[in-house]
Design a binder for this molecule. Sequence first.
Ligand SMILES: [Zn+2]
Ligand SMILES: [Zn+2]
Length: 232
Amino acid sequence: MRRVFSQILNLFFPARCPVCNEIGQRHLHMCENCEKEVERIDYRCLGCGLPQTACLCSRNNFSLVLASPFLYKDNIRLAIHRFKFRNETELAVFFGKEVAQCVAKEFGDVKFDVVTCVPQTKRKRRKRGFNQSALLAKRVAAELSLPFNELLLFKTRETADQHDMRGKDRLKNLKNAFTAENEDAVRGKTILLCDDIKTTGATLNECRKALFRAGAAAVCCTTIAVTPEKVI
Ligand SMILES: [Zn+2]
Ligand SMILES: [Zn+2]
């Protein structure tokens, strides 16, 4: 019965590869072509999240404790765009699975109390209709059987779009833009912080600082992808 149902469903909503969007037999897994082409990060630096051979930690004055499955390029970049800007929210299931596997591999011995996400201001969320980091974090939490709490961090003011900024301006732009007001939910906790992409790491770093100011015991980060080079 379930099989018949899924065949009928397939007729109207054919299974697609989540990464290249080609119609195929798979749904929650990449097609064989993408599996070959997509660049996974195998040996990463946990300071910046980049492959060890491309570590940029010497340029930063912070360490993120970051593990992400993919490099932000090619098909993965396009898939993240579909997730963020074209409302293909069901991609959270595929990304959540991949991110959770990566977290389990790198932070398998860390006992997380809670999973949370990089927040948006209320205005931005109203405009976009959803917070993609929250959707992702929720799926990651479900995969890892951990509680998810969207309300640990708040973005207190709108910041200029990070894409248009360089280096130190990015850091200045974000300074004190995040707070963790619910200290009871943060104090003494080991937290997994999720976002969609890590570019310079400035956003994740500011969020980590806000959680530590509120008394977090430890904060590890994860994103779907890490931008290959460039940075501060
Ligand atoms: Zn594909
Ligand atoms: Zn590094």
